[in-house]
Design a protein. Structure first.
Length: 210
């Protein structure tokens, strides 16, 4: 289970020799934790960590050009990266799932068939050429982990505090021109990043077997 942001704040202040929070109180330090949190999510995405991937079972209704709400889009969606389709009403364990093909655009005049076939991610929406039958669709997507706002909020990343505290201290030191502290904390954050990646790495991309 991940720790609350208060632990990151306390450790970062220890690195900065500011345990009494005189130079870096919460309103000053929290935005720096949040920036470090965004950076960490990018690092986890780059190595294919499952913690920043999600999946949702959505549906397509004849006549539409998008996946139906409310299942899609999920609130934590950043962008989809893989779609599979099956007959309407299928569940994740139903046989017969077929991979869909991502396209740059759907050509004008494309006639709907009995499957969807193609999908396009455009203006933060999944666009479809349509189908002559309702379809079930599983969307694998890149997700955003909630960025903590309050000191009591969980950081949402296992062992993430080791990177976040050092990186937060580096950002804070840089903001006041402490170059040596910035360099030392940057080096520590890079060292700790390897530990976080080890704890949260995935072995392969998720697949649905037809």
């Amino acid at each position: 289970m991940s720790v609350p942001m208060s632990q990151v704040l306390a450790t970062a202040r220890t690195y900065l020799n500011d345990d009494n929070a005189t130079q870096f109180p919460d309103p000053v330090l929290i935005p720096k934790v949040q920036e470090a949190h965004r950076e960490l999510q990018e690092e986890l995405w780059a190595i294919g960590s499952p913690i920043v991937r999600g999946a949702v079972l959505a549906s397509y209704t004849v006549g539409g050009v998008r996946l139906d709400a409310p299942a899609f889009p999920p609130t934590d969606l950043l962008c989809p990266f893989m779609l599979w389709e099956n007959a309407s009403g299928s569940t994740i364990i139903t046989p017969g799932w077929q991979p869909m093909t991502e396209a740059f655009y759907i050509p004008l005049g494309t006639a709907p068939g009995n499957t969807l076939g193609f999908w396009v991610w455009q203006q933060e929406a999944v666009l479809l050429a349509g189908s002559t039958a309702n379809r079930a669709v599983v969307v694998w997507y890149r997700r955003q982990i909630d960025i903590p706002v309050l000191a009591t909020d969980k950081i949402g990343i296992l062992f993430g505090e080791s990177y976040l505290a050092a990186r937060t201290a580096a950002i804070a030191a840089g903001s006041v021109g402490s170059d040596k502290v910035y360099e030392a904390m940057t080096a520590l954050s890079k060292e700790n990043l390897a530990k976080v990646i080890t704890a949260n790495r995935g072995q392969q991309k998720p697949l649905i077997k037809p």
